[in-house]
Ligand binder design. Structure first.
Ligand SMILES: [Zn+2]
Ligand SMILES: [Zn+2]
Length: 380
């Protein structure tokens, strides 16, 4: 999966995965009982074509083998340059999430995590926003094909989960919920409260468009106001979640000001919802995240820690061996503790302020989609 590498200078550096797994190992998270580390093969063409157009898969293969660019399919663009081995690396990530969903639905495992996954921008027929094959859509599709009748997809990446939403736009079996920085100020420019699903699936898409500079308290307040109620109304049999950590204040690509602690609380809440609503069936994925030393390893170690039922206190010191590895490799002073910005938030149930930017954004989402889910925008 480290072969997913757009080259020097590209924000999607494989070191973010390497440093995360190194931290996960040094925290002993893989030694928790029942944890199994799986090495997936690349997905076959027929698996990829469950989500993608066959001409697109052929174009990725040709880009990968011959360097052929195909800008109309997003290949060879500034965001998605072509590189040798691109097909295999992307297909391996895809298969990781696809197999994870299969294992969860079959009851072989309760939860599964693929931090290399979360490629939520990839479209049926095009690469987009650093994403080649959409493993998040693959996980949802696997659950449906194996027999689930209702699957919830929860995406807390700073960017709208547009690719996953587009694949299931008109499918009432899938509720996609995305909490992101507004498309008015950030790529991909979509994901507004009025986008609530296709004609056969009204109310199956939920979009919370956060104002720029929303902090951890605001992010959690928005999550609290929309996600639990929407999921409870939908009653999913399984949850797939995308934990892009580019909402962090230090992330170079976005304008949100969320901290690692708030990101961890969002993971905790998704985990609790999986147990409350879906008999624990939960597939967690990575996603965006470009502060590769200060943020990504901690944010995703917290995701793994939740998945293996070993949640980490924010005061947990980062292991000296890991800090040394980072200092020697990157010449930067790594963080010292798991947490960074302790956060409390005011639950939506305590009332809202119609003059506040964040509350107006949240209320817009509740007004548009709650009635379609059988919920009251003001009372639920
Ligand atoms: Zn659990
Ligand atoms: Zn992102």
């Amino acid at each position: 999966m480290l072969g997913y590498d757009f080259g020097p200078g590209h924000p999607m550096a494989p070191s973010r995965l390497h440093l995360t797994m190194s931290l996960v190992r040094s925290l002993g998270l893989l030694d928790a009982p029942g944890v199994e580390l799986v090495d997936p093969d690349p997905a076959s063409d027929s698996e990829l074509e469950l989500v993608h157009d066959e001409r697109y898969v052929a174009a990725v293969r040709s880009a990968s083998e011959k360097g052929t660019t195909d800008p109309l399919r997003g290949l060879g663009t500034e965001d998605d340059p072509v590189f040798p081995g691109m097909h295999d690396a992307a297909a391996r990530i895809f298969h990781g999430s696809y197999a994870a969903a299969g294992a969860v639905w079959a009851g072989e495992v309760e939860h599964a995590v693929n931090i290399a996954g979360g490629m939520h921008h990839a479209r049926r027929d095009a690469a987009s926003g650093f994403c080649i094959y959409n493993d998040a859509a693959a996980a949802v599709r696997r659950l449906l094909d194996d027999g689930a009748t209702r699957v919830a997809y929860v995406d807390v990446d700073a960017h709208h989960g547009d690719g996953v939403e587009s694949v299931f736009w008109n499918d009432p079996r899938v509720l996609t919920v995305s909490v992101h920085q507004s498309g008015h100020s950030l790529f991909p420019g979509t994901g507004f409260p009025t986008d609530t699903g296709g004609p056969r699936a009204e109310g199956s898409a939920v979009n919370v468009a956060l104002p720029r500079h929303t902090d951890g308290a605001g992010f959690l307040r928005a999550f609290d106001a929309v996600v639990p109620a929407a999921l409870r109304a939908f009653a999913p049999e399984a949850i797939v979640s995308q934990h892009g950590c580019d909402s962090h204040a230090q992330d170079p690509l976005t304008d949100l000001h969320v901290g690692v602690d708030a990101q961890r609380i969002a993971v905790e809440r998704v985990h609790a919802l999986a147990h409350e609503l879906s008999e624990g069936r939960w597939v967690a994925l990575g996603g965006g995240g470009y502060a590769v030393i200060d943020v990504v390893p901690r944010a995703w170690a917290n995701v793994v820690a939740e998945v293996v039922h070993r949640p980490l206190d924010p005061d947990t010191p980062l292991p000296a061996a890991w800090r040394r590895e980072v200092a020697e490799g990157a010449g930067e002073d790594p963080p010292r503790r798991m947490g960074d910005h302790p956060v409390t938030f005011r639950p939506w149930s305590q009332g809202y302020d119609p003059a506040d930017d964040l509350d107006r954004s949240v209320l817009a989402t509740r007004r548009e989609v709650f009635p379609l889910l059988g919920l009251d925008p003001y009372l639920d």
